[in-house]
Design a protein around this ligand. Structure first.
Ligand code: FES
Ligand SMILES: [Fe+2]
Length: 442
C-alpha cells in the first residue's frame, strides 16, 4: 500500500492499494508463510464441541487443525496430520474416543498422544526418540470463541485483542449461541470478502432497499491498533427513519416504521436483531400513542425486547448500554479475518479464509448469534453454499456477495492500477492493509 500526500491544500492524504494484493499468487503465498502462522484466529465456537470426544476441523490455507474436547473437558487443538506418512487424520466434524489413521492404523488419544504404532517392532526402537504425538496448537478462548495461534509462544490472546475486549466484552458473546451458520464458497480473495463487511460506505448503493428505514447511514471509521471499527456518529436521522440521502420527511407515525425496520431484518437476514426484538416491535401499536418520535418508538421496542428476554430466562447484557454501544462502535474488524456487528441480544459475525492456494477463491463463514435461554438454542446446522450465484441465501447478504466476484474480476483489468479507499468511511480497509504489511512486508 502507498500513502500519497495530495497536492491539493487541505486535502486528506490518499492511500492506495495495489490490486496484486488480492489477485496474485505471490501475495497469497506470502500470506501463507508470514500471516496465517503468526496470528491469533478463530477456529470455532465452544458450543460446537460441547461434549468430551467432540471434534471439528478448521482449515486455513494449506493447514488443517483438529479442535477437540479432550477427556479433561478442556478444548485442545493439534495439526490434523499423521506423523507416519502425512495422511490427514479426520475430515469435517464428529465424535470419537480415539483418533485412528485410516492408512496404516496408527492410533492417538483425544489429547493427540500417540497410543499405538502398527508393527512398531519393525523399527527395533528406532521410533523411540521420535515425536509421534500430534503437533499441538496454542489455544485460548474468549467470548465463546476458540482462538488458535500456530506460534508456540508469543503474545497472549488478551494482548492481541487489546481494545477489542473492552469494547465487545459487555455484549457477552459467550452467552450467545448460533441461530444459523452458513459457509459460502466465493469467487474472490478472502480480503475482498472481509472488506465487504468492514465499512458502511457501500450501504446506500448496495442495499438501497434499506435506506428508507436505515436512518443516517453515513459512517466514521477508526483504527484500533491492528483492529478497526466503524460507527454511526453523525446521527442526522434516527434508526427507522429515511436516510438523509433520500431527502424524505420522517414518517408521520413512527410505530409502523419501527415495526417495518425489525420486520425487514427478520424477513431477510434473521441476524443482528433477534426474533424477540421483532415480536416486541409488534406491540408498539398497543403501548404507544401515534405521536411518538422514531427514537422513542425504537427505544420502546428494544426495552420490550429486553423485558421479554428477561421473562424467558435469557437475560440481557447489563453493561451493554446505548452509551456503551455508541462508544464501542457498530462494526469491528478483528485482524485479520473476523468481523462482528454486536447488538444487545445477538451479533452478526463473518470469517473469511483463503481456499487453499487460490487467490481468487475464499471460504466465507457467516454466523448469526443470539442469546437463548439455557437449552433452548436450536440444533446447530451448518449450511454450505458452493455456488452463491445459483443459490440465494439472504436478500441483504446476496447483495454483498454480488459485488465480490465482480470486484475480483474488475481488479484484473489492465487499467486498474490502484484501489482508492475512502479516507473517512473506509479506514478499516486502509488499516487492514497497513497491518498486513507489518506481517508480510511491503
Ligand atoms: S499415514 Fe497414518 S498410519 Fe500411515
Ligand atoms: Fe452490506
Amino acid at each position: 500500500m502507498r500513502d500519497v500526500t495530495n497536492s491539493y491544500p487541505g486535502s486528506r492524504p490518499l492511500t492506495t492499494l495495489d490490486p496484486s494484493r488480492y489477485i496474485s499468487h505471490e501475495f497469497a503465498e506470502k500470506e501463507k508463510r508470514l500471516l496465517w502462522p503468526r496470528t491469533w484466529q478463530i477456529a470455532c465456537r465452544e458450543e460446537e464441541i460441547p461434549e468430551i470426544g467432540d471434534f471439528l476441523t478448521y482449515e486455513i490455507a494449506d493447514e488443517s487443525i483438529i479442535v477437540a474436547r479432550a477427556k479433561s473437558g478442556n478444548i485442545i487443538a493439534y495439526h490434523n496430520v499423521c506423523p507416519h506418512r502425512g495422511r490427514r487424520l479426520v475430515a469435517g466434524c464428529g465424535k470419537a474416543s480415539v483418533l485412528r489413521c485410516g492408512y496404516h492404523g496408527w492410533l492417538f488419544d483425544l489429547d493427540g498422544k500417540n497410543l499405538r504404532v502398527q508393527d512398531r517392532e519393525d523399527w527395533e526402537g528406532g521410533l523411540d526418540e521420535e515425536p509421534l504425538d500430534l503437533h499441538r496448537v496454542r489455544l485460548e478462548t474468549w467470548g465463546g470463541f476458540v482462538w488458535i495461534d500456530f506460534r508456540d509462544e508469543g503474545e497472549s490472546l488478551a494482548d492481541y485483542l487489546e481494545g477489542v475486549t473492552d469494547a465487545l466484552g459487555p455484549f457477552e458473546f459467550e452467552k450467545m449461541r448460533y441461530r444459523w451458520y452458513v459457509t459460502l464458497h466465493l469467487e474472490c480473495n478472502w480480503k475482498v470478502g472481509v472488506e465487504a463487511f468492514i465499512e458502511g460506505y457501500h450501504v446506500a448503493a448496495t442495499h438501497p432497499q434499506l435506506l428508507h428505514i436505515f436512518g443516517d447511514d453515513y459512517t466514521n471509521s477508526y483504527a484500533r491498533g491492528r483492529h478497526s471499527v466503524f460507527t454511526y456518529e453523525r446521527g442526522l436521522s434516527p434508526l427507522a427513519t429515511p436516510s438523509p440521502r433520500l431527502n424524505r420527511p420522517p414518517p408521520e407515525d413512527a410505530r409502523p416504521a419501527v415495526m417495518e425496520f425489525f420486520q425487514i431484518y427478520e424477513d431477510t437476514l434473521k441476524a443482528l436483531f433477534s426474533e424477540r426484538d421483532y415480536q416486541a416491535s409488534r406491540e408498539l401499536m398497543n403501548v404507544l400513542p401515534n405521536a411518538v418520535d422514531a427514537m422513542t418508538a425504537f427505544g420502546t421496542a428494544v426495552e420490550l425486547g429486553r423485558r421479554a428476554a428477561e421473562a424467558e430466562g435469557v437475560g440481557y447484557p447489563e453493561g451493554a448500554t446505548y452509551e456503551h454501544m455508541a462508544k464501542a462502535g457498530a462494526d469491528w474488524h478483528i485482524f485479520p479475518n473476523f468481523v462482528t456487528l454486536p447488538w444487545f441480544d445477538g451479533a452478526l459475525c463473518y470469517r473469511g479464509r483463503p481456499d487453499g492456494d487460490n487467490p481468487d477463491r475464499c471460504i466465507f463463514d457467516i454466523w448469526s448469534l443470539v442469546r437463548y435461554a439455557p437449552g433452548k438454542e436450536p440444533p446447530l446446522q451448518r449450511r454450505v453454499i458452493l455456488d452463491p450465484s445459483r443459490e440465494s441465501f439472504s436478500g441483504i447478504i446476496d447483495q454483498d456477495v454480488s459485488n465480490m466476484a465482480q470486484v475480483q474480476r474488475g481488479m484484473k483489468s489492465s487499467v486498474f492500477t490502484k484501489c482508492r479507499p475512502n479516507p473517512v468511511q473506509e479506514v478499516p480497509v486502509i488499516n487492514f492493509h497497513r497491518n498486513l504489511d507489518a506481517y508480510v512486508g511491503k
